[in-house]
Design a protein around this ligand. Structure first.
Ligand SMILES: [Zn+2]
Length: 358
């Protein structure tokens, strides 16, 4: 089934393959819209589409797109994966699912012989962290123990570091976590503050914690020179955003995360024919530019406002659902079946708003 792209002017943008996700994202909508044949539309993503025409689907069934010089997006392994390549090695954002991890490692090895140095997780879901262990073990630490004079052996061992917010580690190590993760899959570096940063491969990389959006543990990762933002699950181009209220997600935090994305991104202007501008890579689905993010953000905010008005009018959850607050957007972003239905989205917005009330 093709992805819902209701804007015909932009329909030829790069579409990322969607594989089955784990946890809340388990929607079987495997879909590939052919790359290339990009019309003369403005925007970074169509630029990426043109660039991507030379990239073939790899033997592992993954799609590998070179969206910027030395920056690749791998689709089809769960969540979208970002791969930054340079003299320091490889920085990978999100690891995909466990099942596709060896195919992802093989795809990265085809891109470059350089070792993976970092795996950065954007969130706690299995379709983003499932490949942590395999990717980390395929890589190498930046700081081999024999180079740290007089200090103890580096705790990450010879493998690549795994960086995530503290909440990702807590979820992955929690008793009864499903799936259960081996210690080799756990983040080796965590942070709980707003912004973690590093400088790798000639550019600043900002890892920005969004404390209550899709969950309490989301991060968006901004590559400042490449001008690419890996958005993780706060942005899902296939459907309404998954807001996991039970794991600390909230509608207000979700909108704050989308605001942050639109503030980080710059559109291709005033000279639109350059087709430049920031590329925003959603957790799932096609590439976005700033206009797409703003449109998505407005959609979410409008539905939030409608649900808030219905709550203020004293409606019950069932009455709110029956009123159809997602009207006008359900055709493009809604699901009647699967794990994340329109009803579940509306319910999450409702529960989140009710929870916020004093
Ligand atoms: Zn996901």
């Amino acid at each position: 089934m093709p992805l819902p792209l209701s804007d015909p002017g932009r329909r030829a943008r790069v579409i990322a393959t969607i594989a089955a996700c784990a946890a809340l994202c388990t929607i079987d909508r495997s879909a590939v819209v052919p790359l290339g044949a990009a019309p003369q539309t403005a925007g970074a993503a169509s630029d990426a589409a043109s660039d991507a025409t030379s990239n073939a689907t790899s033997p592992g069934g993954l799609e590998v797109l070179e969206v910027r010089p030395n920056f690749f997006v791998i689709a089809g392994a769960g969540g979208n994966i970002g791969v930054q390549v340079g003299e320091d090695g490889v920085v990978v954002v999100d690891a995909g699912s466990t099942a596709r991890a060896s195919a992802v490692v093989a795809a990265i090895k085809r891109i470059t012989p350089k070792p993976i140095r970092y795996v950065i997780d954007t969130g706690p879901d299995a379709d983003h962290v499932g490949g942590n262990e395999a990717l980390s073990q395929a890589g190498e630490t930046l700081f081999p123990s024999n180079r740290i004079g007089g200090q103890q052996r580096d705790f990450t061992g010879p493998v690549a570091a795994i960086l995530a917010t503290e909440g990702v580690l807590q979820r992955m190590t929690a008793a009864g976590s499903t799936p259960a993760y081996a210690a080799g899959a756990w983040p080796t570096e965590t942070f709980h503050y707003a912004r973690k940063y590093m400088f790798m491969n000639g550019e600043a990389i900002e890892v920005l914690h969004q404390p209550a959006a899709h969950s309490d543990s989301d991060a968006i990762v901004f590559f400042r020179r490449s001008d690419v933002v890996m958005a993780g699950d706060v942005l899902d181009a296939r459907q309404f955003p998954v807001i996991d209220v039970d794991r600390g997600g909230s509608i207000q935090g979700e909108i704050a995360a989308l605001d942050r994305l639109s503030e980080l991104a710059v559109p291709s202007g005033p000279i639109v024919s350059r087709e430049a501008g920031t590329i925003v890579v959603p957790g799932h689905g096609r590439l976005y530019d700033q206009y797409d993010v703003i449109e998505y953000r407005d959609m979410v905010a409008i539905i939030r406002d409608r649900v808030r008005d219905l709550i203020a009018a004293g409606r019950s959850l069932e009455a709110v659902k029956a009123a159809g607050p997602a009207k006008g957007y359900a055709g493009r972003y809604g699901n009647a079946g699967g794990a994340w239905t329109t009803d579940r989205f509306v319910e999450a917005v409702y529960r989140s708003l009710v929870k916020e009330k004093p």
